[in-house]
Every structure is written in C-alpha cells, then in structure tokens.
Ligand binder design. Sequence first.
Ligand SMILES: Nc1ncnc2c1ncn2[C@@H]1O[C@H](COP(=O)(O)OP(=O)(O)OP(=O)(O)O)[C@@H](O)[C@H]1O
Length: 503
Amino acid sequence: MTMAKRILIVDDDPAQRRILEETVKRFGFDTRSTHSGEQAVEILEGPDRGSISLVLLDLVMPGMGGMGVLERMKGQAGAPIIVLTANGSVDAAIAAIRLGAVDFVIKPASPERLEVTIQSALKIEALSDEITRIKKKSEGTLTFDDLIIRGEGMQRVIGLGKRAASSTIPVLIEGESGVGKELIARAIQGESERAGRPFVTVNCGAIPENLVESILFGHEKGAFTGAVERRVGKFQEADGGTLFLDEVGELPLEAQVKLLRALQEGEIDPVGAKKPVKVNFRLVSATNRDMIQLVKDGRFREDLYYRLNVFPIWVPPLRNRSEDIADLARHFLARFAAEEGKRLSGFSEDAMKLLMTYDWPGNVRQLENAIFRAVVLADGTTLSVAEFPQIASHVEGFSAEIPPAPAGVEKPAAYTGPALIGAEDTVPQTVEVRPGSGTSALGIPAVTEHGEIRALEDIEADMIRLALGRYRGHMTEVARRLKIGRSTLYRKMQEYGLETRVN
Ligand SMILES: Nc1ncnc2c1ncn2[C@@H]1O[C@H](COP(=O)(O)OP(=O)(O)OP(=O)(O)O)[C@@H](O)[C@H]1O
C-alpha cells in the first residue's frame, strides 16, 4: 500500500535501541532512533515531525527523561507516544499516561506485546474520521455537527445546547445511561468561547467517598495522612474551561456544600489550605437519577440542585428517537469494521428492521456494543439478524431461531454457537474467557464447574481480563468502561496478577 510507517525510538541505551529497532523493523515499520529526550523533542517539533507515526519512549534517560518529553509534548497534536518502563514501576506508567502517553510497555518488552501495543495505537490513529472526533474531543472543539443526530427528537437538545454554549450558566443534562450526555457536554464546550480549553470529567459515582473532596478541590501537602504531596483538584484543572460532573447525584453531602460555595463565590478551599483559591470554570453536570427524588430523600441539597439546574437539558432515550438508529448503526459499523479489519458493507434488511424495533434500554452505548459484537461475529459482508442473537431474542418475530439464554443455570445442555456469545442480560456459563483475545472473550461464567456460585473476586478478575481484551489493553478505556479509576485498575491488575497477560 503506502509507505511503511515510521516509528521514532528514544532510548539512551544503545543495545536496547538496537533491539527495539530490529524488532520494530520486523513488524514492517521504518525506524528513526535517538538517544536523548532533547533530540526527541527536536524531532517531534521539527520540520520532519509529520513523518513520525508513533514514538517509543524510554522513561529513564540522562538529561531530559521520558517524562520531560511528555510534559513538553502535552497538548500538542502529534504522533502517539508509548512509554517503556522498567519492570514494576507501574506508578511511573500511570504518571506517563496522565501526561498523555497512549500506553505503556513494561521492559523487557516481549515482541508480541510490543506489536499489539503499537498496532492498536496506530489503528486508532488510522481511523481518521473517528480520530478527528476524538481529537476534537480531547482538544475540546467537538461541536454538535460531529454528533450523529438525524431526527427531530434531538433537535430540541441541540437547540438548547447551542443556547447554553453562548453563556456560562450551569447546565444540567438529564437522561438515561448511555444516551450521550457526555458527548453533548463536550459539544457545548466545543461550541462555546471555551473551545479548546480544558474539559475535565469527573465521574462522581466512581470515586471513593473519602477522596471526593481531595480529588475535586485538591489538597495541601500534609493535609491528611497520605497526602505526601500537594494535589491540584479538578476545579483547578478545569480553570478557564469546563468541569463535567457526571453522576452528580452521587456526590456526598460534604462535597455538595463545597460545590455550592464554589458556584456561589467562584472560589474553592483545597483540603488543608489556609486560603481559598479563585477558580474560573464552567459547570456542566449530568445525571441519570431522579434528582428531585434525591432532594426529597435528603441525599441531595435542594439549594445546590437549583444552582445546578439553571439550564436543564433532557436527552431522550434512544427508543424515543428510532429515526437516529440507522445512522448511528452505520456509523458504528464503519468504525468497528475498520478497527477489526473486516469488509462489511452494511446491514441486511431484516437486521436493520430488528435494530429499529428493539427498545435499547442501554441506549446508544448498548447499540455501540451490540454492533461491536456483531462485527466481531460476522463472516459475510453484511450484518444479519444472526449477528444480533441477544437483541433478536428480545424482539418478537425475530426470536424464533434463537433460544433465549437462561441465566444462573448450571451447565447448559445444548448451547451451540453464537447464541450464547455476547449475552447481554444473561450470564453464559461455559464460554471461556480468554485473556487478551478480546474478540472471543465475550462471556463470564457465574458458577464453577461444580455448579457453585463463583467468588466475586474471580468474576471481577475475569471482568477486568475481558475488558482488557475487549479494549486491547487500552487502560484509559478499560478504566472508563469499568467505571473505576485508573489507579484502582492498576492495583487490581497487580492483585490478580493480570499484568503479564495484558496483550
Ligand atoms: N449522537 C451520537 N453520535 C455518536 N456517538 C454517540 C452519540 N450519542 C452517544 N454516542 C456514543 O455512545 C456512547 C455513550 O455516550 P455517553 O458516554 O456520552 O453517554 P452518557 O449518557 O454520558 O452515559 P452515562 O450516563 O452512562 O455516563 C459513547 O461511546 C458515545 O460516543
């Protein structure tokens, strides 16, 4: 096809560099090498930077180390950077990812691991369409035109979103899980004067209660046991930009008091700080809970609710806007077919009918996942009803051929083939979870081979393994999907000894 992609190798150790060069060349890439962080920056900011498709960056080097390079390149659109880190220094890897590295490889890197990591980083790069969207997302310049929205149902949302974008009043986006609330929040920012400024997301339901305040508002060194360093809170990170509080209804009451003050006074009190800090943020919050009920139950402050809810936007569930389904489905098909390297031209008539008829309780996210599975399962050039067994089993008229997969039963007698794979609401019993294979790891057994319920820990480990495979080891995505913090993910991976199997 086109010219081989070029990978920049940055390592001060000549032997390491040679090994990496040879390995990477064997994968079919061109290489360019350098021995220092300073030179790497020079190349990456120089006139040839366009020729570099990816960077393999050693963290520890004399002079400017890998972290220095990442810091320097942060926020610049450029080749994805994979860091190489010494065995065991997972903390360094986390820090590197925070600074914008797309992934990390633990040294000595096995060629297989290296190749998977490189390929998946490049695959993402290659999906140009999707990439512009992602870039726009990370640059904070995604607009409403980038959303797949066809029907009338969402026109109101867009109208409101555009109006909200022209001011800085707090917006509350309400809607079921998976309807696209975060995307809309990003579009509001992207169409506002704050486009390109930081867009900081906090999932209020996913952070442990005792850390909420320190994560949101930051803390001073020594503010509490374990606060060994000063930490800048999310409010300050979002300074000049937008703070997106997802699942805002989950915010503990003490944090609610502080949030109210931040909104009223425009300043925050980092934990243990002597003086308040002025902050300039635009707040967009989202919830899939009934906030009024939370207020009634005394779990959410009424005064704060009215502050957040100045400009409410309700996003209708997908079942109320089936006119969007076809476009969304085609969009996801194109994306996953490219990712999986499959030639798929579209949907059979019946399959499309099925997708249009189903009521999508998990909304756009469920549609996205269903299409991903279908693309993985597909043999032909179009997606047919057979590729959506779970959806079909829920829709009358389509369910005949596919036996519903009963949950919680021991060894199913006659499950054959795809009907089980990718069960959504049911738990398949016998599908093997193969780490790393991603495409085949689509189910998790609920009972042991002796018919006993399995330990939660084991299921959790399988779940993480499955997610690692499904998202090909992309930690950010894995953590996001599992709705846990990245550090929790790393800790759990260590606990379950999953590290070596991530590939
Ligand atoms: N209109 C759209 N066009 C393209 N993709 C969409 C659209 N709406 C949603 N998606 C995709 O669907 C998925 C779910 O969207 P998003 O995360 O914004 O939902 P959410 O409502 O914030 O979910 P939750 O409440 O669970 O956090 C994402 O992968 C998003 O990119």
